[in-house]
Design a protein around this ligand. Structure first.
Ligand code: ADP
Ligand code: MG
Length: 694
């Protein structure tokens, strides 16, 4: 009854020609049966009644009960689309796309037709679309342009328990919209607990619980703390595969890198064990995975499946047939790090609530088991009971910018379910102020108003706007677009050195940003050819995505009357524009490859993939795009800058005359030192020569 059967059916239908009608019936019946088997179906009528009678309803139901895929269809079938469309928000892009695809299949239409999705830089909807899945960020942007969200008759805010930043902001906004629009239905869904809190926030709205259908899950804690969770997870998976009855395995990993490492290692171990060992299908899933690969986790297979996932598989996506869960106890989170004064992706212990969600995935279709790769003491004493909502732990600059442009003057008075710490708000306002988006009174400046138009982080939109003045908007557009997609460089296993050599050919010694520009420009000069990309170890799909993103940003530039101009080879101005958005991320060299942040004094090092790293060029001053914190603080995408620019562009940090002069004095001194060193070196050489002669 899985996805694959349905596809097989439709192929069958084609091959049967005249009998198509019969097969069509068979197909729709199997989809219908699937839909009716879901727990939500048994309560459909009472659920629709409560939605008819209340403008806001909270719905709680176990993951897999059918909330995401069925609610939209029920509302459609009940006629709610007669005066508007049905919107359903997801905190994750992957989920929005995958679920829209599933629902379009259930309804029997092409994706993007009646059922579509919209995520940042990708709108797969049309005039006929009546069910629209989207990320919460997309709906938030829509509310900027259309404050009453008039096109919607119903909005489902899915996965509310995730408490993503945009969901939390939407809560406050939608609460007001519902007061203004009596015809709008607002439905909040949550996989777990906390429903009371949602209900209270929305004026004691009714909570509807979908009865669950779960089986007991055996929980096995690790006896001792584990050092290497990748290795431990692979061992466990092998153990299960070799000793336990059929049933799929689901491993919760942190992020893409760990996931790929796990998949590779697991496949290697299986191969090592020889041909007599039953095969296994190892399937990664994470947000940046291309969507056709994502779909594979839903395909039926005769082999045992082992899905290796981020926390996306916790509640957003349900893989049927999982009986064994392996939980590393970690996830990757964007966290505001006060030490460095900005957000950084960090591997963080999960909460008890996450842990319970994860183990629950093993008991969907029958009794299961969950291996936790941490001790029960850690679970009880170290893990937080619940997640900290994103709004309380990340940089809010973007949100502050949005709210300011919605004319919400005093952010400290905005109705948040859990208000962010005042310090976070002030910090973000500070960041916007140094970029020139807010004035001294905290109001949007002309620059700030323009920045709001871009669905980008404030420093990136600042770069785009600043590019006008330096006549390099076309080049900056490319760079910003390249930074908005996952890395374009392709590094297949077994061909790493070949790939690295190929990548190095693109390197611009003083800048990773210019390196990115170089890649795109060369692709363009080669007619956007895909064989060019393949030959140069560059992902063609990523490049096409860059081109799409670029076109969209270019449209926004046009609407702001900013002409698209290239500065050709005058790369210095490009570096200066980069500095105009990122001077707060400037660092000064300490020793080769090692820098210290100029504001905070925090040490940070070049990422090994940086052009500056590989070419051994060591500029004294640099700016970087972001920091990733693994074992050390790595700077990603680095560009050499002139310290004068920093003084000019970031006067609040580097302005004082003394400072400026000091930089200059140091520079001269260093130059002198260098000359002396060189003199000494050459003198030594001569002396050595002399000795040899003797
Ligand atoms: P909930 O939102 O309550 O967690 P869903 O509506 O997401 O539940 O899932 C209901 C069912 O639909 C699940 O059994 C799941 O396996 C199935 N399903 C969801 N998405 C897909 C997909 N892309 N392909 C195949 N099956 C899917
Ligand atoms: Mg769901």
């Amino acid at each position: 009854e899985g996805n694959l059967d349905y596809k097989a059916d439709s192929q069958y239908a084609k091959s049967m020609g005249n009998f198509e009608a019969v097969s069509d019936f068979a197909r729709s019946k199997s989809v219908k049966e699937q839909r009716e088997y879901l727990p939500i179906f048994s309560v459909r009528e009472s659920l629709m009644n409560i939605i008819r009678e209340n403008r806001i309803v909270i719905i709680v139901g176990e993951t897999g009960s059918g909330k995401t895929t069925q609610l939209t269809q029920y509302l459609y079938e009940e006629g709610y689309t007669s005066y508007g469309i049905i919107g359903c928000t997801q905190p994750r892009r992957v989920a929005a796309v995958s679920v829209a695809k599933r629902v379009s299949e259930e309804i029997g239409c092409k994706l993007g037709d009646k059922v579509g999705y919209a995520i940042r830089f990708e709108d797969c909807t049309c005039d006929q679309t009546i069910i629209k899945y989207m990320t919460d960020g997309v709906l938030l942007r829509e509310s900027l342009n259309e404050s009453d969200l008039d096109q919607y008759s119903a909005i489902i805010m899915d996965e509310a328990h995730e408490r993503s930043l945009h969901t939390d902001v939407l809560f406050g906004i939608l609460k007001k919209v519902v007061l203004r629009r009596r015809d709008l239905r607002l439905i909040i869904t949550s996989a777990t607990m906390n429903s009371q809190k949602f209900s209270e926030f929305f004026g004691n709205s009714p909570v509807f619980t979908i009865p669950g259908r779960t089986f007991p899950v055996d929980i096995i804690f690790s006896k001792t703390p584990i050092e290497d969770y990748v290795d431990a997870a692979v061992k466990k998976a092998l153990e299960i595969h070799l000793q336990q009855p059929p049933g799929d395995i689901l491993i919760f990993m942190t992020g893409q890198e760990d996931i790929m490492a796990t998949c590779v290692l697991l496949n290697e171990r299986i191969t090592e064990l020889g041909p007599n060992i039953p095969k296994i299908r190892v399937l990664p899933i994470y947000s940046q995975l291309p969507s056709e690969n994502q779909a594979r986790i839903f395909q039926k297979s005769d082999l045992r499946k082992c899905v290796v996932a981020t926390n996306i598989a916790e509640t957003s996506l349900t893989v049927d047939g999982v009986r064994y869960v392996i939980d590393t106890g970690f996830c990757k989170l964007k966290v505001f790090n006060p030490k460095i004064g900005m957000d950084a992706l960090q591997i963080t212990p999960i909460s008890q609530a996450n842990a319970n969600q994860r183990s629950g995935r093993a008991g969907r279709t029958g009794p299961g088991s969950c291996c936790r790769l941490y001790t029960d003491t850690i679970y009880r004493e170290d893990l937080l009971e619940n997640n900290i909502p994103e709004i309380q732990r990340t940089n809010l600059a973007n949100v502050v910018l949005l709210l300011k442009s919605l004319n919400i003057g005093n952010l400290l008075e905005f109705q948040f379910m859990d208000p962010p710490p005042q310090e976070n708000i002030l910090n973000s306002m500070y960041q916007l102020w140094i970029l020139g988006a807010l004035d001294d009174l905290g109001e949007l400046t002309e620059l700030g108003k323009k920045m709001v138009e871009f669905p980008l982080d404030p420093p990136l939109s600042k770069m785009l706007l600043e590019a006008e003045r330096y006549k390099c908007s076309s080049d900056i557009l490319t760079i910003v677009s390249m930074l908005s997609v996952p890395s374009v460089f392709y590094r297949p296993r077994d061909r790493e050195s070949e790939a690295d050599a190929s990548r190095e050919k693109f390197f611009v010694p003083e800048s990773d940003h210019l390196t990115l520009l170089n890649v795109f420009t060369q692709w363009k000069n080669n007619g956007f050819r895909s064989d060019w990309a393949t030959n140069n170890f560059v992902h063609i799909k990523a490049l096409r995505k860059v081109r799409e993103v670029r076109a969209q940003l270019s449209d926004i530039m046009k609407s702001l009357n900013i002409p698209e101009i290239s500065c050709g080879n005058n790369w210095d101005v490009i570096r200066k524009v980069i500095a105009s958005g990122y001077f707060h991320n400037s660092a000064k060299m300490k020793s080769i490859g090692e820098y210290v942040n100029m504001r905070t004094g925090i040490p940070c090092i070049l990422h090994p993939s940086s052009a500056l790293f590989s070419l051994g060029y060591a500029p004294d001053y640099i700016v970087y795009h972001e920091l990733t914190m693994t074992t050390r603080e790595y700077m990603q995408y680095v560009t050499a800058v002139d310290p004068y620019w920093l003084a000019e562009l970031g006067p609040m940090f580097f302005s004082t005359k003394e400072n400026f002069q000091e930089i200059e004095r140091k520079r001269q001194k260093e130059a002198k030192n260098r000359i002396i060193e060189e003199l000494v070196a050459s003198k030594n050489k001569e002396e050595n020569k002399g000795q040899e002669d003797e």
